[in-house]
Design a protein. Structure first.
Lengths: 391, 299
């Protein structure tokens, strides 16, 4: 009889643990005690790893801030005019291209031809800086983080993160526009409309998409999608934000699909039955009852989808064209944050400013995905649970 | 528009989304197959690259990937399985430690793979490696540079959450009665876990291992600067050697090489090899996991 009551409540492992605990009280066994300690220590490793990632990715960015401090002490001593530290001073010499003309220029000329032009512009401004600046090149790195140029290997290196952020944002948005509707609709079909037999086929099949390595998706985008979309839309640069975004959608779809499907299946059956019982059709139930009930879970799914796209490296490296431009045209080449790390880390000198800046980008990516995950986990998941428990 | 047409419309719209996803999977498979199967011969698999990688095979890349995943598995599976045992058997649901571990595992699962690469560089190579060198070789560079050990360990961190999740899932399918039976016969908790629970969840451990291998074989970002090499004349002989990897080979050949068009068949064939490898592995894992879930649903 006792067993039956326990069986009815298999979720709470407490009963078993207590049972085991009551046995353990009777006699102390060293092997058991030792095994538990070892297991606990090893389990603790996951926390340690996350902490270590935090520490060691940040550690390599420290030189940047050190230089910054030395600089500010130098300023305090009156050695360097304070005005030189303001980022704005670096760009006044740069010839401004009128905003509305920019997309057209990129549209007519292939990007490859345009890039040397940009370089020569930069060269001019570099000379101007060389004349007006007396500070060592290293010391200026931090203050160029907010500038508009990502030129880490020029004579006057500038590490403006703005084009990289913009590029990442653009690609993420494009990827999400494709991935979210398709994944959510597909999850709706799987959870509600599909016959039982078909459902057991669809779920593993979509999970197989997650099993395709991102380098293969990148290769597919590079070889097939790029040419296909170029024929379709007739834009000039073959690899661009749109192709990259579309390819990343393929990586994000399984993430969003699986989590959305979980959220939809978690909606209590009584909701469905009540709605159908009141005479609503399956479609009305799906969109007016089940979908709203599962909203927090779907938000969490989308957040994790964003995290997946945001940090995707290989697809970005292979399919986005990797030019750090500031433009809002989806058919321009973009360079994402993660692709920048992937492409440039192999060539930097260790301990260099450039090296530290790449680690800084890594830290930003890490913090961002960490926050996304925490939000999805604590805020949305908790809301979902509370809603279904009627609290 | 009346209600029934709306209903059919919605149903077909959602159905079309599923078809689109399936279509993408099938087209990736077909296009890679069409592009690469002609070149995929026995020689291609067993020969070294020749004439500046424009001819020959991908033998070192296959061996490199295999060795790397092997070391990765040895590192990730025991730690992952033990963490799963802790979460499923020892930790109570309410303990803060267990909650933190769960959150840490979930964080590890969503951290971008390139961050693991940075961590491998900053921790394994620049911290552990250089300190080992200072300690053992008096500063002579030996471990403080990219090699297959650091790459595999980096990859092991990436695949750890995959192992943990699938092992825990399957441990929970071991029926309560079996455990109680074992405890009632006088076995201790550790004996029960070792002799009853773990053998009962062997499918889950297998699934986790296969999924981890499939993921590890395909990931490139974590090994970009922790050990993968563009071209090596030999396969790795020691843990401190660099290695060639299938994924990295595809990336380099399709973006960095000077004659991308000439080597197109090689690229497609390499992609086909990698795809067949990871795809068949995840297919097996999906089937195994499906069986575990069915078992847990039937309880």
């Amino acid at each position: 009889m006792v067993r039956k009551t326990e069986k009815a409540n298999p979720e709470s492992s407490g009963t078993g643990t207590e049972f085991a605990a009551s046995i353990r009280k009777k006699q102390f066994r060293f092997s058991d005690w030792f095994a538990e300690k070892v297991i606990k220590t090893i389990a603790f490793l996951s926390i340690t790893i996350v902490a270590l990632i935090f520490v060691f990715v940040f550690r390599e960015t420290l030189p940047l801030f050190k230089i910054n401090q030395e600089q500010s002490t130098a300023v305090a001593n009156g050695e360097v005019p304070a005005g030189d530290l303001v980022p704005e001073t670096y760009s006044p010499g740069e010839p401004e291209i009128p905003e509305e003309l920019k997309p057209e220029t990129y549209g007519v000329e292939p990007v490859d031809l345009y890039v040397p032009d940009v370089e020569s512009n930069m060269q001019d401004t570099d000379d101007q800086y060389a004349g007006s600046e007396s500070m060592p090149v290293e010391g200026r790195a931090v203050s160029t983080l907010l500038s508009r140029d990502w030129l880490p290997v020029s004579d006057n290196p500038r590490y403006g993160l703005l084009p990289l952020f913009l590029g990442t944002l653009k690609v993420t948005l494009i990827a999400l526009l494709f991935a979210a509707p398709i994944a959510i609709l597909a999850a709706l079909y799987t959870a509600l409309f599909a016959p039982r037999k078909l459902r057991e086929f669809i779920k593993p099949a979509v999970e197989l998409l997650a099993g395709i390595p991102s380098v293969v998706i990148g290769f597919f985008a590079l070889m097939v999608l790029a040419s296909f979309f170029q024929d379709l839309f007739g834009y000039s640069s073959r690899l661009n934000g749109f192709v990259g975004g579309f390819a990343m959608a393929l990586a994000a779809i399984p993430v969003i699909y699986t989590l959305t499907e979980d959220a939809l299946s978690a909606v209590p059956k009584t909701y469905l039955e009540a709605s159908l019982g009141l005479g609503a059709s399956l479609r009305q139930t799906a969109f007016k009852v089940i979908l709203p009930a599962a909203t927090p879970g779907i938000f969490a799914a989308i957040l994790l989808g964003i995290g997946r796209v945001f940090g995707e490296t290989m697809i970005a490296l292979m399919a986005t064209g990797n030019a750090a431009l500031i433009s809002l045209n989806p058919f321009d080449s973009v360079r994402t944050l993660s692709a920048t790390i992937g492409a440039e880390m192999a060539e930097v000198v260790f301990g260099d400013t450039h090296y530290s800046v790449l680690f800084l980008i890594g830290s930003l990516l890490f913090i961002f995905t960490f926050i996304l995950n925490a939000l999805a986990e604590f805020y949305f998941r908790n809301r979902l649970i509370r809603r279904f428990q009627g609290k | 528009m009346n209600r029934t047409t709306k209903d059919t419309l919605m149903k077909s719209l959602t159905g079309v989304s599923v078809l689109l996803i399936l279509f993408v999977i099938v087209s990736i498979l077909t296009i890679t197959f069409i592009g690469g199967w002609r070149y995929l011969t026995w020689e291609f698999i067993t020969e070294f690259p020749k004439e500046g990688m424009t001819k020959g095979g991908i033998f070192p890349a296959i061996v490199g990937t295999a060795l790397m995943t092997l070391i990765m598995t040895v590192a990730a599976v025991p730690f992952g399985a033990i963490t799963a045992v802790y979460l499923a058997e020892y930790a109570s649901e309410k303990s803060i430690l267990a909650k933190t571990i769960r959150f840490a595992v979930k964080t590890l699962a969503v951290v971008p793979s390139i961050i693991f690469g940075l961590f491998g560089l900053g921790f394994f190579i620049k911290f552990v490696g250089l300190h080992l060198d200072n300690f053992l070789y008096g500063g002579e560079l030996h471990w403080g540079q990219p090699n297959i050990l650091w790459a595999s360990l980096t990859m092991a961190l990436l695949t750890l959450p995959i192992v943990i999740v699938s092992v825990e899932e399957s441990i929970r399918t071991v029926p309560y009665e079996t455990r109680e039976g074992s405890l009632a016969l006088g076995a201790t908790k550790w004996q029960t876990i070792r002799k009853v629970v773990l053998p009962g969840s062997i499918t889950g451990i297998l699934t986790g291992t296969i999924l981890a291998i499939s993921r590890g074989a395909g990931e490139v970002a974590p090994i970009l600067f922790t050990g993968a090499a563009y071209y090596l004349a030999d396969t790795p002989h020691a843990l401190s050697d660099q290695f060639m990897s299938l994924g990295y080979h595809i990336y380099i050949m399709s973006t960095q090489s000077t004659n991308v068009d000439d080597t197109l068949p090689i690229q497609f064939a390499t992609t086909l090899v990698l795809l067949l490898l990871t795809f068949s592995l995840s297919m097996v894992a999906v089937v195994l996991r499906y069986r575990i879930r069915k078992k847990s649903a039937s309880q």
